[in-house]
Design a protein around this ligand. Structure first.
Ligand SMILES: [Zn+2]
Length: 199
């Protein structure tokens, strides 16, 4: 008795409804892939390999992110808020080029200097520490006191405003009125080499 030919059992993909072996020609092979991997891995051996590689990538990504976040947590927990580490960082300003500069005390220093015998200039230092643009301040001072004023580099390479003439008599009032960010208590005069509060 001849054997009845067994109907070939065809595995149909539920995603695209094609026989599984035709999935890759179907409309949505990407969507079929997960089903194929678990139901017809022998039809698409490379899919399995692909999936394993992806899984490997995922794992290493996860490991990396875990490593990063635990390192960050470690740093945060080892430096509680308000610790010396963080307060030190606030005082130090990173300059371009990696130079570290200590934060300067916010104060305006006014010094009257006699140059070239009787020619007097009034030096104003520190307005920039209050966020004031020195070129603007220089123009304002020159206009207000009807004299020459310019931004120059001082002996320590820091910019200052040189105002021609002695304007120390009412510069404090002018500064506090013009730039309210500068309190009178932050203004000092240099008198006989000593720093004297203006207030
Ligand atoms: Zn399919």
């Amino acid at each position: 008795m001849a054997e009845k030919p067994q109907p070939v059992k065809v595995l149909y993909c539920p995603i695209c409804s094609l026989p599984a072996e035709y999935c890759e020609f179907g409309p949505d092979f990407e969507k079929c892939k997960p089903w194929l991997i678990s139901n017809a891995p022998d039809l698409y051996p490379h899919l399995l390999k692909e999936a394993n590689e992806k899984e490997g990538e995922k794992v290493s990504e996860q490991l990396q992110s875990v490593g990063i976040s635990s390192a960050a947590e470690g740093a945060a927990s080892s430096a509680p808020p308000g610790s010396t580490v963080s307060s030190k960082q606030e005082d130090v300003k990173r300059l371009p080029g990696g130079k570290i500069k200590k934060k300067e005390k916010q104060e305006v220093v006014i010094e009257k200097v006699v140059r070239n015998r009787r020619k007097c200039i009034t030096i104003v230092k520190g307005l920039d520490l209050f966020g004031i643009k020195l070129s603007d301040a220089s123009k304002k001072l020159g206009k207000k006191f009807a004299t020459g004023a310019s931004v120059v580099k001082g002996p320590t390479d820091k910019e200052q405003i040189d105002v021609q003439g002695d304007i120390s008599y009412d510069i404090v009032e002018y500064i506090t009125e013009t730039w309210p960010a500068v309190p009178e208590t932050a203004i000092f005069f240099i008198e006989d080499g000593k720093k004297v509060p203006a207030a």
